[in-house]
Design a protein around this ligand. Structure first.
Ligand code: 5GP
Ligand code: MN
Length: 339
């Protein structure tokens, strides 16, 4: 953030405000961690702040400090709309265009209050008055840490804020292993531990809480995996029927896409997950090296994200979606074989 933006934020926050903080639809650890971390901080500064998420979030995040104060737009519709109406400042976190806010898109797009965007996805839209966007950042949580520091509030990071920010940095970096993890990321994480983040507890609560349904779905996904060595690619399909058979719960498929990349020689991993209720196939893409899944998702599957982690969707059947994918994959065969 430049000096001018920091001063503009300071000015906006110099009086008590009604603030709404919104993350993307299907919020993950970084989305929930960053919104709650910022929420605790703004509340401690005397603001009347609320976190409103477009739809529900997974059970493995439901231990997070403050999570029971989150309004779920899909569920707490009237209350959420009232809060949005009262808002005089809106933060959007961990996403780059309003379409990512799902059912909240229209209300946000027609709101006339100032917006502040904090986000690390590529190609941000320009709906916000203040845009703190940095695609080099490991996570939005790392950016919220910086944001608090820019406002001179580092010493006011409480154990609750530290737990929230640690969680999002941990999940978005794949436990500090992705290339977005810098020495500064580690310094920030060390500082968060000094300020009270309970790191072993967080790892345990997020990763060691498997359920029978999650493990059965993982087993099914791995059995369905198709390995295309000549394309350095592995893809997985999960049909609605399979998800129902194993009693699927929200969050059960989180991270499953990454297994493809653990195979030697595989640089591109994809998972297709059928969602009959929404009438879509939700797709996650992961890559290693310089094959941009952000561009792939954007170009062919109405999505986007980061260079090595992106998502998208398709509105045709699973079979047709996979056929289209294979056609586009073939167009990139040369690039993939060189990775
Ligand atoms: P995931 O595959 O874990 O859902 O998402 C990977 C990354 O891509 C995340 O940073 C997420 O925010 C982004 N992403 C996921 N789905 C979409 C989508 O449909 N559109 C866009 N623009 N980004 C997405
Ligand atoms: Mn993120």
């Amino acid at each position: 953030m430049n000096f001018e933006d920091i001063n503009a934020v300071k000015k906006l926050l110099s009086e008590s405000r009604n603030i709404v903080i919104v993350p993307h639809k299907n919020p993950d650890g970084d989305a929930i961690g960053s919104t709650l971390g910022l929420w605790f901080y703004l509340k401690s500064k005397g603001h009347n702040a609320s976190v409103i998420v477009p739809n529900d979030f997974p059970k493995f995040l439901k231990w997070m400090p403050g999570n029971d104060h989150i309004l779920i737009f899909e569920k707490h519709n009237t209350q959420s709309k009232d809060r949005l109406k009262q808002a005089d400042l809106i933060f959007t976190l961990d996403f780059n265009h309003l379409g990512r806010a799902g059912q909240m898109e229209e209300l946000l797009a027609t709101s006339e209050v100032p917006f502040i965007m904090i986000d690390h996805h590529q190609k941000p839209d320009d709906y916000a008055e203040i845009i703190y966007s940095d695609v080099e950042m490991s996570s939005t949580c790392e950016m919220v840490y910086n944001f608090i520091e820019y406002l001179g509030g580092k010493e006011e990071i409480t154990p609750e804020i530290a737990d929230c920010l640690y969680t999002g940095i941990m999940t978005d970096t794949g436990s500090f292993k992705y290339s977005s993890t810098t020495s500064r990321t580690h310094r920030i994480v060390a500082d968060l531990i000094d300020r009270g983040a309970n790191n072993p507890k967080i790892h345990n609560l997020v990763f060691d809480t498997n359920t029978p349904s999650r493990l059965h779905i993982l087993g099914c996904a791995l059995k369905n995996m198709v390995i295309l060595e000549e394309y350095a690619t592995a893809y997985i399909t999960l049909s609605q029927e399979e998800l129902d058979l194993y009693d699927h719960k929200k969050g059960d498929t989180e991270g499953v896409v990454n297994y493809g990349l653990t195979l030697d020689g595989i640089r591109f991993a994809v998972i297709f997950i059928e969602n009959k209720e929404e009438g879509i196939i939700k797709i996650s893409f992961r890559s290693e090296g310089n094959f941009s899944v952000n561009e792939f998702a954007r170009k062919y599957f109405n999505g986007g994200g980061h260079m090595n982690a992106a998502g998208g969707k398709s509105e045709v059947s699973m079979q047709e979606t996979v056929d289209r994918f294979l056609k586009h994959l073939d167009e990139h065969k040369e690039a993939l074989s060189k990775l």
